[in-house]
Design a binder for this molecule. Structure first.
Ligand code: DON
Length: 305
């Protein structure tokens, strides 16, 4: 298996030169644009790795998946659905326009920034700090990494350049979708985006979801089969932003990307896949990572449709 992974990583590495590392958060621009790595964890707990699989990067939008798991644990579904929909969008991940023009002020889904900020606002806890700490418990379990930490430089950079996220959050506060202190909630959202991980950590998240909420490594029940199913469905329809449709057609694996270069994928009842390649395509997805995922899907016949 590792020989095949090695071959696929090296075959696709040239694509990194066709993408661009995210620079709208200045600290992210420091990533090694040539990096490409992968980790697969199957449901027997076997771990397969190749390429830059130990490189550290920040969670960014992959955090939205774990935030959603946590919000579904902490709220009845109808309460969550009163604040957020589960519908895909063809708009970009930080789009402002859809909030006012579509769907009566509710964010269309939890995988875009507006939806993720609402998701964080609904976590258990009275303050942003308590919400962050509540989410961190689940992040540590999902990644099987007790040492999960914040990258302080990315966090500060993210916070200093977040006018767009502030605009989304204050707008949603004005319409009553977000309750409480907006800055406090944004603080928790920025911190969760800035958690530092590697391919192994995110392969673990995918593997727990693939195994209906139970860690194949530790055997711990982390969430319910119903929540795992809901989250995988939302990853399939919304996880790769406005490329979600083509990823479903061409790759067919529920996945979630982040602008740090990560892609976290979950093949139901088979495996979790974590990929890192910080050079991004124009939609914000890892350019070489997506082609690597496509090759893996074809080689092992993993598409779910
Ligand atoms: O909110 C932001 O701008 C980022 N920290 C997270 C966005 C992100 O990763 C979008 N991804 N493709």
């Amino acid at each position: 298996m590792e020989n095949i992974l090695e071959e696929l990583v090296e075959r696709n590495r040239y694509l990194t030169s066709r993408g661009k590392v995210a620079d709208y958060i200045p600290e992210l621009a420091k990533a090694d644009s040539k990096a490409l790595g992968i980790c697969i964890i199957d449901l027997n707990g076997q771990v397969y790795k190749s390429g830059n699989c130990n490189d550290r990067f920040t969670m960014q939008s992959i955090s939205k998946v774990v935030n959603l798991i946590c919000a579904l644990e902490d709220n009845p579904l109808d309460k969550l659905l009163s604040k957020i929909s589960f519908e895909p969008t063809a708009d970009g991940f930080n789009s402002i326009t859809s909030l006012e023009t579509k769907n009566a002020n509710k964010p269309l889904n939890p995988m875009i920034n507006s939806g993720a900020i609402v998701t964080v606002s609904m976590l258990n806890g009275n303050t942003g700090k308590e919400k962050y700490e509540r989410a961190l418990e689940i992040f540590k379990k999902m990644t099987d990494n007790e040492d999960l930490k914040l990258n302080q430089d990315v966090y500060k950079s993210e916070k200093a350049t977040a006018s767009r996220n502030r605009a989304l959050a204050y707008y949603m506060h004005s319409t009553g979708i977000i309750d409480g202190d907006v800055e406090d909630i944004l603080e928790a959202y920025f911190k969760l985006c800035s958690l530092e991980i590697n391919c192994i950590d995110i392969a673990n998240i995918g593997a727990v979801l693939a195994n209906d909420g139970i860690s194949p490594i530790t055997g711990e029940v982390i969430t319910t089969p119903q929540i795992a199913k809901t989250v995988k469905a939302i990853m399939s329809t919304c996880g790769m932003y406005d490329a979600s449709g083509s990823v479903a057609v061409n790759i067919g694996i529920p996945s979630k990307s982040g602008v740090g270069g990560g892609i976290m994928s979950s093949v139901p009842r088979k495996m979790g896949i974590g990929i890192f390649g910080p050079a991004l395509d124009p939609k914000g997805n890892s350019i070489a990572g997506l082609k690597l995922l496509s090759d893996i899907s074809k080689t092992f016949d993993l598409g779910i449709y």
